[in-house]
Structure formats: structure tokens, C-alpha cells
Unconditional design. Sequence first.
Length: 368
Amino acid sequence: MLLTQGLVIVTGAVTMALVAVMLAPGLFHEHLSRAQVPLDGDLRDHVNEAFLSATSTSLGVAVTAAVITALVASWFVTRRVVRPVHAMARAAERIAGGDYAARVDVNGAGEELDSLGHAFDQMAQELAATQRTRAEMLRDVAHELRTPLTSLRGYVDALSDGVLSVNPETLQTLHAELSRVERLVDDLATVSRAEERRLDLHLVPVAAGQLVESAVRVATRAFAVAGVELRSEIEADLPLVLVDVDRIQEVLANLLDNALRHTPAPGVVTVLGRRRRAVVELVVRDTGDGIAPEHLRRVFERFYRVDAGRSRQKGGSGIGLAIARALTDAHGGTIHAESQGPGRGSTFTVTLPAPARPGQATAAPSRR
């Protein structure tokens, strides 16, 4: 910064000096001639010398003052800019070293640097939250795998020691535990592929109402056994949507499974298909446990449970809603949860792009 300002000052001084030396004497003498001031040889030389001396002195004083001003301004601006930059560099080094609590204080450094500092702090907070979620996820994965593996180990040891004999009931239990492990691994793989946009989506135009009817038909028996009423409400003339039918059915199945687990008999779960301007909404609404406001933004996280005390058998693995969000995002849609609070039911809404005209399939891109 100082060098740049110095270059400007030197360029300006040299330009002024050249202009003064080349043009100023002639103009000065011309004005003296017009004023009819007689100048002999000695007087002319003295006037020229005085003019050049005054000009050089003025330039020297001006350049000196400009250089001092540039030094002071550069020091002030550099200090104002470099201090927060150094602070952010030190904080970045701490974050790179695993200290996600590092923050910067750059208030008063200027609008741009203040904005940069706030953005840096927000990034650090997001990284800290991501790291916590990652640690929680690894811990939950270990727990989810340990439970069936411990059960399997117990059965294998019992069979080895002769405590148990190989019979259909024992084999059925072993198969159930193995299926539980396989299902968890498959679910994790599905979420990871969807979030990384590596899913192969086979998009076809399908009536939105057909998606609702199919999901309700598949889930009817489970709801009947649990004593929970399952309803469907489909608006007339819903448009076609371009989706992978199996994946969207998986989204609705996970939402219905979640609603069934959290809706005690004789509750009601309603599946709606409706159009809202440029989108189609597939809604699963229940009259069950409800969700507290502080949990709404986290219900789609992997392994997150609103009630941490619920058993795995009763509360599920905590990954179904994460799969629903990942698959919906892969279709270019959105999913969100609403609830008036505990005991007042929940509403999950899947939003898919709709065509401009009824009957025209949306041109959603295939994502991998």
C-alpha cells in the first residue's frame, strides 16, 4: 500500500516538475511582456532563477508532506486491515488443528471486514456443529451395530457350548438379527449416496395421486393391526410429476412408518395429495405424539430421536427421516416438519416440482 501511494506521489511530482520546467517559464515571461515589464539580461536571469527556485521549493514541500501523509495513512490503514486478517489466520490455524471453538473479534474494522469476520465465525459454528453431529453419528452407528452383534455373539457362543440347539426358532432369531444389521447398513448407504448425489434415479412421469394411493395401500395392513386409522385425501386433476417411483414410495413409506410409531390407537393418520401453485405436496399428517419446537429442525438428522429414551424396537433406528430428506432432495424437492407441540400431532410435507400445465411432466434432472 505504501509503495503504491509512493508511486502515485512520485509520478505526480515528476509530472509537475516537467510541466513547470517546460511550460511555466515561457508562460511567465509572456505574461510579463503583456504587462510591459522591461527585463534586461541580468534581470531576466534573476527572474528565471527565482521562479525555478520557488517552484522546486514548493514541489519539495508538497512531496514531503504527501510522503508523510502517505506513511501515516498507510500505517493506520495497514494496522486496521492486517490486525483482523492476522486474527482470522490464527483462528483458521486453530480450527485446522481441531479447535472448533476458535472465533475472531473484528468489530469496528470496517463494514467489509466485519462481514468477513461474522461469516468466518458462522463457518466455525457450522464446522463445530458438523463435527458434533459426526461424532454423535459414529457413536450411534457403533451402538446400533453393537446391539444385534452382541445378540448374535451370545447365540453363537450358546450354540458352541451346547447350551442351545439348532432349531427353527434359533435360526429365525439369528436371521432377524442379521437382517437388522443388513438393513442398517443399507439405510446408511442409501443416505450417503443420496446426499452425495450418487443415486441412480429412474425418472418417469407418474400421477401424484397414484403415489399416494400406492403408499396407503401398502401400509393399510400395518395400520389396521396397530388400531390406527389411515385415510387418504387426493385433490382432483393432480398433474404428473417426474420421479423415481420406488424412491418416492420409500419416502412415503418412511413417513408413514414414523407416523405409525408415534400415533397410539385410536389415532388417525391422513395422507394428502394436493397442488400448491408450481409444486405438488404429498403430506402425512398424524394425531400422535407431536414434536417440541426445539426438535423440529433436527428430526431429519441421522439417528436423531425426539425422545432419546425410546427403545430401538419402539423408536426405530432414527434414520428413516434422514433417508426421506435425502431422497426428496435428490428429486429437487423439499421436505419439512410441522407440529404445534407435544401431544398435538405432526405434519410432514414433501414438495415436488410441478409442471406449468396439467398433464405435463416436470423436467427434473436425473441426479447421481
